[in-house]
Write a protein that binds this ligand. Structure first.
Ligand SMILES: *Cc1c(COP(=O)(O)O)cnc(C)c1O
Length: 473
């Protein structure tokens, strides 16, 4: 493809992109294909000769698009959002075109310096105190792994890094039983083993019980196990619960345990000062992650990771072969030492475009609308005798259960709710996901799409009732 054709096709694709977003509402939210249906349409071998771009694009529309779940659909209310926005997409076009690999300051000074500055903007916006330094990771999972590794090294005086885990006492990591699976993954990758993870019981609101945390830490110490790290959750994936950071932080300070906060989804809401109750106790936090790629209109991937002691992070992760030493090494930030992969995409650009293009006030307004609509939906559900509002809304997440009049048996209700969820998602106009709370099957609704308007939330509620009425036994 020469540059003139590139120019032509790029213009055409931008039209395609705008049309896609303008009409996305008319597509089924969740892909309606069966397993194997896409791959069956793809040839077994790569083409030997060049194919015309038109043919590639035609197959993209014919084969690929039907197998896409439309995360930017305004009635995507499953999981958590992974919202994108026009300024973010435009920045990604530039990033892909420049195609810089930003591992070192020298390999693109602007990428490094823009990342530092934009993350300091974000730090102020979400209410983290001065002294936290930021880095963009590919995912909250990576940030949590980094935090667990630093905690491991701090607890062992960097002995584990040097001589391996067999030379150090057993270590333990603590998180609530509602914590994200990435915590267990991090603990296992860090070599501490599944048995090194303590899942701390939660209270009625599904938040970590500080008394149970403290008891677990004391019991481990008494048994010769070194408490290395607590991962507190702000906005759990299941129900959006927030662990009590002030109480947890006090315990961590008293016990000398590293405190990492996983606010992957909920962190974006901290742009609104009225949500800063979540970070009361932030003074005792060592590491904090949230994903602008979830709820801050910045397309995947962009995970903002803040650390109180960047030297500890760098010391844990740095490896210094001579081919990576530059003239400025030591005087500048080389973000390669702040995360797991060496190579780094230029991710700060899209966050910069988003923050500037919307401005803080507009971003706050969009987040507040999502939360207000979730509250309205929660009120509608609570007022309907055929439905139970089970949790929330916590920020913009709630969960409910269908309980048609006259049916009391919990197992029967579980089955009905599962059928309702599948019927909703097979219908295609709305996409929701499920959870199990205290053994009971529940349905989650998460509001947060860039293109979601109040009417889509109204439509979602109407659809839930319409499909439930159809299934009523
Ligand atoms: C989504 C989520 C994660 C994982 O985020 P990735 O960026 O996909 O790794 C971790 N923790 C919580 C609470 C989440 O909601």
């Amino acid at each position: 493809m020469d540059l003139e054709q590139f120019r032509r096709e790029a213009h055409r694709l931008v039209d395609w992109m705008a049309d896609y977003l303008a009409t996305i509402e008319h597509r089924p939210v969740r892909a309606q294909v069966q397993p194997g249906e896409v791959v069956a349409q793809l040839p077994g071998e790569a083409p030997v000769g060049a194919e015309p771009f038109d043919a590639i694009m035609a197959d993209f529309e014919r084969i690929v698009l039907p197998g896409i779940t439309h995360w930017q659909h305004p009635r995507f209310m499953a999981y958590f959002p992974a919202n994108a926005s026009p300024p973010s997409v435009l920045a990604e076009m530039l990033t892909a075109t420049i195609a810089a690999q930003c591992m070192l300051w020298q390999t693109s000074p602007a990428a490094t310096e823009l990342e530092s500055r934009v993350l300091d903007w974000v730090r102020r916006l979400i209410g983290l105190p001065e002294g936290f330094a930021g880095v963009i990771q590919d995912s909250a999972s990576s940030a949590t792994l980094c935090a667990v590794l630093v905690a491991r090294e701090r607890a062992t005086g960097w002995q584990a890094d040097r001589a391996g885990l067999r030379t150090v006492p057993p270590l333990a990591v603590y998180a609530s039983e509602q914590a994200h699976s990435s915590v267990e993954k991090a603990v296992r990758i860090a070599g501490l083993g599944r048995e090194g993870l303590r899942l701390v019981p939660t209270d009625a609101a599904f938040a970590m019980r500080p008394d149970a945390l403290e008891a677990a830490i004391r019991a481990d110490r008494a048994a010769g196990i070194v408490p290395a790290c607590v991962v507190a959750s702000l906005g759990t994936t299941g129900v959006g619960a927030c662990d009590p950071l002030a109480a947890v932080g006090t315990i961590c300070r008293e016990q000398g345990v590293y405190l990492h906060v996983d606010a992957a989804w909920a962190g974006s809401a901290l742009l609104c000062p009225e949500q800063h109750w979540m970070i009361e106790g932030i003074e005792n936090v060592d590491s904090f992650v949230f994903n602008p790629h979830k709820w801050l209109f910045t397309n995947f991937d962009c995970s903002a990771h803040f650390v109180r002691d960047p030297e500890a992070l760098v010391r844990t992760l740095t490896v210094m072969p001579s081919y990576l030493v530059g003239r400025e090494t030591g005087q500048v930030i080389d973000y390669r030492d702040w995360g797991i992969p060496l190579g780094r995409r230029f991710r700060a650009l899209k966050l910069w475009f988003v923050l500037r293009s919307y401005g803080v006030e507009r971003l706050q307004a969009m987040l507040r609308r999502h939360m207000a609509w979730a509250k309205e939906l929660a009120d509608w559900i609570a007022a309907d005798p055929d439905f139970e509002l089970v949790t929330g809304p916590n920020l913009a997440l709630l969960s409910f259960r269908w309980q048609p009049h006259g049916i009391e048996n919990e197992a029967v209700l579980d089955g009905l709710n599962e059928r309702l969820l599948h019927a909703i998602n097979d219908d295609g106009r709305l996409y929701l996901t499920q959870n199990r709370l205290k053994g009971r099957y529940t349905i989650r609704v998460s509001v947060g799409g860039t293109w979601t308007e109040r009417r889509h939330v109204e439509e979602a509620w109407a659809l839930i009732r319409e499909i439930a009425a159809r299934l009523r036994p």
